[in-house]
Ligand binder design. Structure first.
Ligand SMILES: [Zn+2]
Length: 270
């Protein structure tokens, strides 16, 4: 791994995923060596959020770990008042910096749409109540998602559409709502991500953040190895692709996105 001069924040990594069960300490060492100073560990269910918080409480990691607490739309059918109460309790921990990931996924509909809508709104309510930012997931659900966010945005401190993969109209509507945008290695995908390349320039630096979404979405500009797993140490590849798309130096995009992420999650510089 080449050393990186750029201090980065990975705003979304699923480090509780079983893909990292055997070698998380080495994964974190590589992240630190790659310049990734902070990783926000994504919570996708009550169980996964509990695990994300446990990781974030590990004091001796070579990178600083933070957590989100939420229920992914895929798991919306597990939602109920008890789950909201569990999330509320997790959010009391100072390491939990956002509610989510939450939102709508009508691409795969692993949970019924009615469950997704109820689970999503319950988490927006919780974020509004607690004054926490929201970490959002939207896939093939722009119209419903946008209508809900239009209603809720005034009550929310801040919100990021993580792993944005939508079209120009969706992007401009999200920016109009004063939402932040998270970019992963999706734009390096020559088959399904090329529409994002011109859109990368349309995002003000103060709203753009970088993430790996590890272990998913291995950037295609990583030299292929046997390893198909994405990890936070590969965030510089997302940076490189976004900087190229924006026509800006990597150092500039790194500094801006890191500053934006620190402000969004309330993370002080180390
Ligand atoms: Zn997601």
């Amino acid at each position: 791994m080449k050393p990186s001069a750029h201090a980065l924040v990975d705003i979304g990594a699923n480090l509780g995923n079983k893909a990292f069960r055997d070698d998380l300490p080495a994964v974190l060492q590589r992240a630190a060596a790659a310049g990734v100073h902070d990783v926000v560990v994504t919570g996708t269910s009550v169980g996964a959020s509990t695990e994300a918080l446990a990781l974030a409480r590990t004091g001796d990691a070579p990178v600083r770990l933070w957590a989100t607490a939420g229920i992914h739309p895929h798991h919306a059918k597990t939602w109920g008042p008890r789950a909201t109460q569990s999330l509320r309790e997790l959010c009391q921990a100072p390491q939990v910096r956002a509610v989510g990931e939450c939102g709508l996924d009508f691409d795969r509909n692993f949970s019924p749409r009615e469950d997704q809508l109820a689970c999503f709104e319950a988490q927006l309510e919780l974020a509004a109540e607690l004054g926490l930012p929201v970490f959002l997931h939207e896939r093939a659900a722009h119209e419903d998602f946008y209508a809900i966010m239009q209603r809720w945005r005034p009550r929310l401190r801040a919100a990021v559409v993580h792993c944005f993969t939508g079209d120009e109209r969706a992007l401009l509507r999200y920016l109009d709502l004063d939402l932040h945008i998270g970019f992963t290695g999706w734009l390096t995908d020559t088959r399904r991500g090329q529409h994002l390349v011109p859109l990368a320039r349309r995002i003000p630096a103060s709203r753009l953040m970088l993430e790996t979404d590890a272990p998913y979405i291995l950037p295609k500009n990583v030299r292929p190895t046997r390893e198909r797993r994405n990890e936070p140490a590969l965030l510089p590849h997302v940076l490189a692709a976004v900087a190229l798309a924006r026509g800006e130096p990597e150092a500039e995009v790194a500094a801006a996105s890191t500053g934006t992420a620190r402000a969004f999650f309330g993370i002080a510089a180390p």
